[in-house]
Structure formats: C-alpha cells, structure tokens
Design a protein around this ligand. Sequence first.
Ligand code: UD1
Length: 418
Amino acid sequence: MDKLIIEGGTRLRGEIRISGSKNASLPILIAALMADGDVVLENVPKLKDIKTTLELLTLLGCHSVFNGNHEVEISAGNLVPEAPYDLVRTMRASVLCLGPLLAKLGRAKVALPGGCAIGSRPVDLHLRALEQMGARFNLESGYIMGACKRLRGAHIVFDFPTVGGTENLLMAASLAKGETILENAAREPEVTDLANFLNACGAKITGQGTSIIKITGVTSLSGSRYRVMSDRIEAGTYMAAGAITGGDLLLTNCPFEELEAVIAKFRAMGVYIDKESPGVRVKAEGDLVCVDVVTLPYPGFPTDMQAQIMAVMCVANGSGMIRETIFENRFMHALELIRMGAKIKLSGQNAVIRGGAELKGAPVMASDLRASASLVLAALRARGTTEVQRIYHLDRGYESMEKKLSGTGAIIKRETEL
Ligand code: UD1
C-alpha cells in the first residue's frame, strides 16, 4: 500500500491547476448510459473512483475510453441491469445507476451499499422517491431488486436535500412519462452540472440550483459533448494548503462562486482569497484566527471541507467550534490530528479546537478521503516528518496530489509498500 512522506515547514508558492470535479463526473458518467448516441465528456479527472465508474459502466454493457486529455467517450450497448456488490462496496456512488437502469430498462439489481467510515448513509430517500414514480423494490441477498413499467412523473418532497437522491431522481425523471417536481432538492453545483448535462442530451429540466426542480420526461436522450465543472472541494483543499503553510498560491481552472461559503470562512480567518487573472489567488501572510463552522447543505459550508478547515484551525490563534450536521461519525481525522499535537475536544456533533498548536510530524492513518486530505495539510505545516498511510483514499479523490504540491515547493514523496 502506498504512503506519503511529508517534510513540513515549507511555505507553498506557485500555481496549481484544479482538476475536473469527481462528484460531478460520477453521476454524469452514469447518466451517459441512458443516452442513445455517443457521449464525450471533457475535464474528467484521472482518479480511482472514475476508473471504478468506468468498470461499472462496462459491467452494465457500455463501452468507454479514457483519452489522454481528460476526455472520456462512452457509448451504451446492450445494457445489463446489475451492479454487483464487489463494485458498490468500493464506491457507494454506484447506487446512482438505479434510477437510470429503471428508466431505461424497467429493472435494476443493485447491491445495497452498507455503512462506511463516515456513517450509516442509507438510500431510503432514493427508494421512496422512485416508488412514488411507480418502481417497486425488494431486498434479496443484499441486493435492491427494482422493477417498473415506464416510470411516471410524480410530485416528490425530499425529507432532506440528499445529493445522491436528487441525482438519481433527476436521471430517472428525465425518461419518465409526464412531469416530475422535486421539492427540497439538493442545490449542490454538482447536481446542477448533472442537470445541465442531461439537458445537453435533450432532457427538459428547469430549476436546477434551486430547491424546486421540474423535469418533463422525454422518450429518449441523445449523445452530446459536455465539459464537467471543476472540483470545488479540491480547490478548497488547496486554499487550505495555502492558508496552513502561510503560502501564496494561484489556483487556475478554479471554481469561485461555488466556494462562497468556504472562501468567506477563510477570509474571516485572515486569508486573502480573490480572483486574479488567470485564476484565484490565495495568500496567507499574517497570523490566522479560528472561526466557528457549521456544515450544511449547499449553499452552506460543505461537509467535504470540514476536515480540511479543522486542520487549519489547529494552527490559528484563538478557539473555534465545528458542528457537523450532515454525517454522523465524521471526526475521525481529529483523533489523528491530536496525535500530531492538535488540541481538539469532541462531543457528539461538535468539535472544539483550541488553536495555536505546534504540530509535529508523526505516522498517521486516515479513514476516508477528506480526512486523509486534512492529515496531508497538517503534515505540510508540522515540524519534522509525517507518514500518511492508506493513501488509496486520497487517490480516490485527488488527482496527482503529491505532484501538485511538490510543484509549489512542498517536500513530499510517495513510497510504495509491497
Ligand atoms: C454526496 C457526495 C459527498 C458529500 C455529500 C454531502 C458524491 C459522490 N458524494 O454524497 O462527497 O459529502 O453528498 O454533500 O457526490 N441520507 C439518508 N437517506 C438517503 C440519502 C441520504 O438518510 O436516502 C443521509 C445520509 O446518510 C447523510 C445525508 O443524508 O447523512 C447526506 O447524504 P447525501 O446528500 O445523499 O450524500 P451523498 O449523495 O451520499
């Protein structure tokens, strides 16, 4: 298993190009199985989760090619309605093929994702909403067995603005008979990107980006060429890298408006962040101060940036509190940060961070993707050497992280353990 060896203490300076969004690419790739013509996607990041999604598409009967230039071509063949457990357990987002398969074939057999390191993460809201559209589900040997005649439009009010649930329903409703209204829909930019892609293929979706989305079903979707949005969480993570190292970074291909809540918190901490052609400048010259953060659905502060801002708060002045409201059990990184010298107290959904810590290098291990990123951030700042183990988590969501960081002066290398 690979690990990263990081020598802390360098101020990062230079340019980092932000990759395409992982969380937008996954549903868009899966949606491509519904198109009758060829789909070409640009700005797709080269990541483990993308590779897994392409494997899933192959199992479902699609043909796909990843070209050198972050471009993926997909053509759907004879579809097979089964997503096996071995794949779903490595990537929960596989459950997003449920809606497209039901819409296209009228049946689906998809392994029920189990728990994961950041909580139980059920899919009950996806299933309940699809049932309202006429689907019927059984659970057999750990598989969700779904069947329907042609799905029909429905008025769906989500109990919670679930990202994956909204995406599954957007795809299903695009090929349903009649009109679907999704209320309390997720407003995340990745959901909007999926809706825009579907529209580029001939779907009729309005209201994406708001909490009420209207979908008028069509009988078929065509192929199209589409550019996936850039990754706002990767960009936010490099903003945190600039902040924690007292650095000066220019992020290119970088989202800005989509990061408003994150940028507001970093600015309140004392970080300079603004658009400067040709990208977004991140500069941290003086001392930083802690802030309070509550994770919320978009446009609130994203849970996927919670671990990273916690790492920065550990070295800022004063104290701050983080309340995690989206996932249970998403503070595993705090325990590893404490091993590096951070002063954090956990109580249920809340973490209180006493700043001003002198972080010291240590061997650390992360439980999930964003937790791993927070440990890399702490390591960039810490005195001495940090070994971040289990970096397969990072490879799932950050393209060439060590190359991007070493290009701005970080002392970081990957070691492969046999
Ligand atoms: C997506 C993102 C993930 C991000 C999350 C919240 C992808 C591939 N993943 O995950 O990185 O952290 O949004 O922004 O895009 N819930 C239920 N029942 C359901 C569905 C969800 O109880 O049917 C709960 C979950 O357990 C969780 C909360 O709702 O506590 C948020 O989940 P959701 O918005 O669906 O996140 P994901 O789509 O899984």
